[in-house]
Design a protein around this ligand. Structure first.
Ligand code: AMP
Ligand code: MG
Length: 354
């Protein structure tokens, strides 16, 4: 889970009708899981103290999840399981066990495109290195031999990675999961209307406005190729939204773009798609599915979206010098290309070593 602190791919531009009242929404930002977290609360009639204390608790919840799920800390549960790979098993929390099972269910339903055992590939490609390079093919093959979710032994709460060098990486689902849990904490604290946005993973909570039924939020999607611009906007109600893109952590070598979303079938960054935006009942689902669809590519990816209840999405791809977009049926006519200038925030770490 090492997304560069750079890329709020989705940004909520405007939410109505509540923001027309006096005072305006309460917006607070922090960083966690190496990305920006923004919580916006629209219950403006509540006492400010109550809102701020709820946001404090939601931020704490995100840090709690980071504390057990991050793979860059040796002391998190995931970090310890990775360190023990090939040597010993670890008793993990029921919460992590459930999150791993959800991840494996996505691996099953995607034919292995979604696979949290891609850790060794992420380490090998080391996209965030100062001078990242394309690794030699035999190194890719060696790393690939350590990838495969079916090898993971999870019995109840006992987790064992059977080969040294195996490595779990929850980067494709952890942020969405954290966003859902943070939204739940806000709800328990009496907050009805809020948006939690974490590096391109977003949950909208708004009573009586599920999915497309009743739109309350205008969501802007950043342009994957033009820094500081939006690709377009759409309006949505309660639920989860996520974008996966080839521009978040990437480098260009020999005229080709290499990025952080790995195809577990090849050991190389997944090809053929520029970005995928998905809406789903929860942010964790949206997160997992946007990555899955990115790896599956245009045809199989769209099939996956279409067959998954409550899910819609669009897939952006390169067509010569321009971008093409495939929409799932629910998205058709709902996405308005273009839009306002994106907020000025560093967002791309694409580097060229040609
Ligand atoms: P996202 O930005 O949600 O699409 O997640 C991408 C992150 O998930 C990467 O930075 C890796 O940490 C991890 N990842 C990369 N490829 C895969 C894959 N095929 N399945 C699951 N997780 C992946
Ligand atoms: Mg994801």
């Amino acid at each position: 889970m090492r997304t560069a602190p750079a890329c709020a791919v989705l940004a909520c531009l405007a939410v109505f009708p509540a923001c027309k009242r006096s005072g305006g929404p309460v917006v607070r930002e922090t960083t966690a899981m190496d990305t920006y977290v923004t919580i916006t609360v629209y219950d403006e009639n509540l006492p400010a103290e109550k809102i701020h204390s709820a946001i404090d608790s939601a931020f704490a919840e995100i840090r709690r999840i980071e504390g057990f799920a991050s793979d860059y800390s040796d002391s998190s549960e995931i970090g310890r399981a990775n360190l023990l790979a090939g040597r010993d098993s670890l008793l993990i929390s029921a919460e992590l066990a459930a999150l791993l099972r959800t991840s494996f269910a996505y691996s099953d339903s995607s034919g292995g495109a979604f696979d949290i055992t891609v850790g060794p590939l992420e380490v090998l490609w080391n996209i965030l290195a100062l001078h990242p390079r394309v690794p030699p093919p035999d190194s890719v093959q060696s790393a690939l031999r350590l990838v495969g979710y079916r090898r993971v032994a999870l019995h109840g709460r006992t987790l064992y990675l059977p080969r040294r060098g195996m490595r779990l990486d929850l980067g494709a689902i952890g942020k969405g999961y954290a966003v859902d849990r943070a939204t739940e904490v806000l709800a328990k604290a009496g907050i009805d209307r809020a948006i939690v946005d974490m590096g391109g993973n977003l949950a909208v909570r708004w009573p009586g406005a599920q999915g497309w039924d009743s739109v309350v939020a205008t969501i802007s999607v950043r342009h994957p190729r033009i820094e500081g611009s939006f690709l377009g906007t759409f309006r949505y109600g309660s639920g989860g939204v996520s974008t996966s893109g080839d521009y978040e952590r990437c480098f260009i070598a020999g005229g080709r773009r290499y990025h952080h979303i790995m195809d577990p079938a090849t050991g190389y960054p997944a090809q053929g798609v520029v970005s995928v935006t998905v809406v789903a009942p929860t942010a964790a689902d949206a997160d997992a599915i946007s990555t899955t669809v990115f790896v599956l590519g245009r045809g199989k990816g769209m099939e996956f979206i279409r067959k998954t209840p409550g899910v819609d999405g669009f897939i952006v791809y390169e067509q010569g010098d321009t971008l093409g977009i495939d929409y799932s049926p629910g998205f058709r006519g709902r996405f308005s290309p273009g839009g306002a200038q994106a907020p000025s925030r560093p967002r791309s770490n694409a580097r060229s070593y040609d």
